[in-house]
Design a protein around this ligand. Structure first.
Ligand code: FAD
Length: 371
């Protein structure tokens, strides 16, 4: 029977951070298994035959305000500085997302846009992120009109497609949080650090796993080796319900059918991401060469069709934010608390949507706990 100090299930960002820390700081041996044929989990990218770097599981842009996380990942990669700018097609026009002062002038007649700008800046100040809930509550017909417009045109269609439900069936706090920016900042994120690994995510992942104390086994399911490996600690970054053989029931996820297309032309669309809240059955169209500013004669685009997660058919992407699911997760968590030297982490282990920086932070904190 194979013996290791640490067994890590999942070679995504969570598993890789844990492996790297255990090997580098504690000088311990680590076996990382993943049932996929590649490292990196959902941040895996590869060069398409056109020469464009494609993100297999949907577009990933790293952003954080956490200097510790930024400095940590900077040990494994140089960065291609990249500030994300996203547009949505609304009433047939490409508009900045989040909706900002410039968006007003794209979709409304100038006199109405001017009046809305004056009222927004007058009431909330310049360069503020105002949730549409606050606009709805304002004692002003114009601002309430704007709240309804943004709700219907930006939020409603996109959300209905994304979750396959009516927005009112989702957590009500979510729709009210959709922001309008009372400024001209057209970036999707405002974080201090925003970038993409210069050589791609997979290269960064390879460097994170380079320590000779780390062994990686791909195409290997935890279930297959569970009884073949002796370990002192188990870090499980797979789905927590699966770990317990779904004995309390299955945690639902939303999935995506990401359809890739290659075009014989230099450029396909005006920027990296165009959202389609009102048109078509996909939510967004993504053109990959923008992310690393790659020059190629061809271009690669993906369209994302949201669909329910079905075991064996597609991937688990987004935990479904409903109370009963959080409760079910809580019950699994209680079972997990009863296990010794078994640690759950990551978006599947914690049944939580984490941005990459949150994923890294969570794994670094877990490492500190066990240290
Ligand atoms: C469409 C999409 C776009 C995103 N875009 C961004 C973005 O722009 N910016 C950002 O900051 N974040 C983004 N994220 C979030 C980011 O993907 C996550 O933060 C990160 O990938 C989570 O890493 P993880 O290791 O927790 O999970 P994963 O990457 O899913 O890794 C878990 C791994 O465990 C393996 N596994 C599971 N069960 C088993 C088992 N039984 N045996 C063996 N292996 C197993 C899986 O194969 C998988 O490789 C996005 C997420 C999605 C879904």
């Amino acid at each position: 029977m194979e013996k290791v100090k640490n067994l890590i299930v999942g070679c995504g960002l969570s598993g890789m951070v844990l492996a790297e820390r255990l090997a580098a700081k504690k000088k311990e041996t680590v076996l990382v298994v993943d049932r996929r044929p590649h490292i990196g989990g959902n941040i895996y990218d590869y060069k398409d035959e056109s020469g464009v770097t494609v993100h297999k599981y949907g577009p990933h842009v790293f952003h954080t305000n956490d200097k510790k996380v930024w400095d940590y990942l900077s040990k494994f990669t140089d960065w291609h500085y990249f500030m994300y700018r996203v547009k949505a097609v609304i009433d047939g026009r490409e508009v900045n997302i989040p909706f900002n002062l410039d968006s007003l002038y794209k979709v409304f007649p100038a006199h109405l846009a001017g009046r809305l700008e004056e009222k927004l800046v007058g009431k909330f100040g310049f360069n503020k992120k105002v949730p549409i809930l606050d606009l709805r509550l304002a004692n002003d017909e114009d601002l309430r009109f704007l709240a309804q417009y943004v709700y219907e045109k930006v939020f409603l269609g996109y959300t209905a497609k994304q979750w396959g439900v009516k927005p009112e069936d989702l957590d009500p706090s979510v729709s009210g949080r959709v922001p309008v920016y009372t400024g001209r900042d057209d970036r999707y994120f405002q974080d201090k650090y925003q970038a993409i690994p210069a050589g791609g995510y997979t290269k960064m992942a390879r460097i994170m796993l380079a320590d000779p104390r780390i062994k990686v086994k791909l195409d290997t399911d935890f279930g297959e080796i569970r009884n073949q490996v002796r370990y002192e600690r188990l870090f499980y970054t797979g789905p927590i319900d699966e770990f317990f053989d779904f004995e309390l029931g299955e945690l639902p996820y939303r999935s995506l059918n990401i359809r890739f297309k290659r075009f014989e032309r230099a450029c396909y669309q005006s920027g990296p991401q165009i959202n389609f809240p009102e048109n078509y059955d996909f939510t967004r169209s993504v053109e990959y060469k923008y992310y690393l500013d790659e020059q190629a004669a061809q271009t690669v685009v993906s369209e994302e069709y949201p669909e329910p997660y079905v075991t064996g058919v597609n991937e688990r992407y987004y935990p479904v934010p409903e109370k009963k699911n959080h409760e079910l997760y809580g019950r699994y968590r209680q079972k997990a608390a009863g296990l010794k030297n078994v640690y759950f982490a990551g978006r599947l282990g914690d049944y939580k949507y984490y941005n990459m920086d949150e994923t890294v932070k969570r794994a670094l904190e877990l490492f500190e706990e066990i240290k």
